[in-house]
Design a protein around this ligand. Structure first.
Ligand SMILES: [Zn+2]
Length: 173
């Protein structure tokens, strides 16, 4: 089930919405984040979800329907190698849309980020978020209490082999 709320975000590493859908390890896989000259946002909304779509929302565009759409389910980036493959692409090309250079940027952006855009679209369609980051590893203790000399308050370095001396009683253990 979808979340029910439309979301609009930029595909940028520190975008708080994106970070809900890609965890730290997944974000580390991204090589081509969206740059400021890419004048669109990614939109997800809870209609027509069967194709795991994402939408291209141009800056300043306020349309409530027929937003340029990319279906990702059972698709590959190569199927979007031309802007005319994007549903409602006329809005991207018409006056007020993207110039030729920007259209090329968009196609390259989609291709470069296909796996992660698809993953976000799939999670949104399924009503899921990214799996949480694993907890940070517990720091390994570097010392342990002396156990050889009664009442000794010293500590002994933790070593991987052999014995080490207590820092108070100097007993190896
Ligand atoms: Zn000791």
């Amino acid at each position: 089930m979808a979340t029910g709320n439309a979301i609009v975000f930029r595909f940028e590493e520190n975008n708080p919405t994106l970070r809900r859908y890609l965890n730290t390890a997944e974000r580390a896989e991204v090589d081509h984040w969206q740059t400021p000259n890419m004048t669109w946002s990614i939109e997800l909304h809870p209609m027509h979800l069967t194709g795991n779509p994402f939408y291209i929302r141009l800056f300043g565009n306020t349309d409530s329907g027929n937003v340029p759409k990319v279906d990702t389910r059972n698709k590959t980036a190569s199927q979007y190698g031309d802007i005319t493959k994007i549903a409602n692409n006329a809005k991207l090309r018409n006056k007020g849309g993207l110039n030729t250079v920007e259209q090329g940027l968009l196609i390259t952006f989609i291709s470069n980020n296909w796996d992660h855009l698809s993953l976000i679209a799939q999670r949104y369609a399924d009503g899921e978020l990214a799996p949480p980051d694993p907890p940070p590893p517990t720091p390994r203790a570097t010392t342990k209490p002396c156990t050889v000399t009664p009442q000794c308050t010293g500590t002994v370095p933790v070593v991987t082999s052999g014995k080490a001396a207590c820092n108070v009683c100097y007993q190896f253990q």
